[in-house]
Design a protein around this ligand. Structure first.
Ligand code: ZN
Length: 257
């Protein structure tokens, strides 16, 4: 038997659903970094949509996990330290949202958290796809709890913050500095494709690209916030609005507004 997750992070089958309270996390300090998840080969770097969709369309596809429970299995080749990082993400998401994690026994739909091979990067499917789906985490670069939480939020149905319909009011994109051929990583979705759930734009989201994402000249930003003095692209913790958005998507009770 391989190493196991600390048992406290695994949702207990005997717990009663819906009794846990949602709470609002304190606003988190933000640091900016160029992020590993932005360097991948998939949609906007690290997302894979079900093959019958090219984007997130909640009107046609419900990406949510039933009863807000993510059923998972985990690669037994992760080290104890790596499992601890995964455990931190499970704990953080469980504390800030109504989402819970349940180790799979016979459930049909589940996410396999895979220890990625060299150069495989960090990536996830978006939403519950059906059957087995993967979160890939390449050690050591992706195995920090902030990056893991980012990928789990994709698995829960979130896409990147700067692809919101209203993003042009908040950031400018310098397309001249985007690596040629990768401009599509900066597309926007319509409000129908990607609802905001009533949550305002969030520079501090763990789902926001960094300022230097897909930059041709790595010294120059590709994303310039319109608000002075804000940093974007943190991969430390879910922001308050990240937590609120997940709670809205999953109709967490009691409502937090
Ligand atoms: Zn991502």
């Amino acid at each position: 038997m391989g190493p196991t997750l600390p048992s406290l992070v695994i949702f207990n089958r005997s717990s009663k659903l819906g009794e846990e309270k949602c709470f609002e996390a304190p606003f988190l300090e933000i640091t900016r970094r160029d992020n590993i998840d932005e360097r991948g080969r998939f949609v906007e770097g690290d997302m894979i949509f079900p093959n019958y969709l090219d984007t997130f369309r909640p009107t046609k596809f419900d990406p949510r996990w039933k009863n807000a429970i993510v059923v998972f299995t985990i690669d037994n080749s992760f080290t104890e330290e790596e499992l601890e990082e995964i455990g931190k993400s499970f704990t953080e998401i469980s504390e800030k949202t109504c989402v819970r994690f349940l180790e799979r026994t016979t459930e049909r739909d589940f996410v396999f958290i895979q220890r990625g091979v060299v150069d495989s990067g960090c990536w996830s499917f978006v939403g519950r796809v059906g059957g087995k789906q993967i979160i890939n985490l390449e050690p050591p670069i992706c195995i920090r709890n902030g990056s893991i939480s980012h990928e789990i939020l994709h698995t829960l149905g979130r896409v990147h913050e700067q692809s919101r319909f209203d993003r042009d009011s908040y950031v400018s994109i310098d397309y001249l500095n985007v690596v040629e051929g990768l401009e599509s990583n900066f597309r926007k979705y319509s409000m129908e494709q990607r609802p905001s759930y009533g949550i305002p734009y969030d520079y501090g989201s763990i789902m926001h690209y960094s300022a230097y994402a897909f930059a041709r000249n790595p010294e120059k930003p590709t994303i310039i916030p319109k608000q002075i003095g804000v940093d974007i692209g943190q991969r430390i913790a879910l922001s308050l609005r990240d937590a609120q958005t997940i709670n809205r998507i999953y109709s967490c009770q009691p409502t937090i507004y």
